[in-house]
Design a protein around this ligand. Structure first.
Ligand SMILES: [Zn+2]
Length: 152
């Protein structure tokens, strides 16, 4: 029997089941980001890229607020530059989670568990779409992409 947590209404919950429930109901985009990392738009010269919002703050001696929104799950990452516009490194980021991103209190899921669930759904999808057809795996384009040679 695993450890039990007590939630606010004093109802004991099984954290293993709660974790499985969360993984099962999480949106594909949230699992993908939690398992494989976010798709942050990059800061580049020129017009801000899609998902980047920049706000000049004259009230703070010209510091700049930069908010990047993950292009996949919608999580927001905020950073404030110095008065010279340079982001002090290591950067101090503030995050805002999209709905459904957080797990319930007392329930933890690992990056690996999220990746595994994403992968399971992907296989399920491929099998469903190619039922009765020898399995093939699509690439994003029609070009043949040579497999990289990996060692190890
Ligand atoms: Zn994301």
């Amino acid at each position: 029997m695993s450890a039990r947590f007590i939630v606010a209404d004093d109802t004991p919950i099984d954290p293993d089941k709660a974790r499985q429930d969360w993984l099962f109901q999480a949106k594909d985009s949230i699992l993908a980001c939690r398992g494989q990392g976010h798709n942050w738009p990059k800061i580049t010269p020129g017009k801000p890229r899609k998902g980047i919002r920049v706000r000049y703050m004259p009230e703070r001696n010209g510091q700049v607020e930069i908010v990047a929104t993950c292009l996949d799950c919608g999580k927001k990452r905020r950073v404030i530059t110095g008065t010279d516009g340079i982001i002090p490194l290591p950067a101090k980021y503030y995050y805002e989670d999209p709905e459904g991103f957080k797990t319930p209190k007392g329930v933890r899921v690992t990056r690996r568990e999220c990746f595994r669930e994403s992968n399971r759904r992907w296989v399920e999808d491929v099998k469903a779409r190619f039922e009765g057809v020898p399995p093939t795996y699509e690439t994003a384009s029609n070009e043949d992409i040579p497999l990289a040679k990996f060692s190890g």
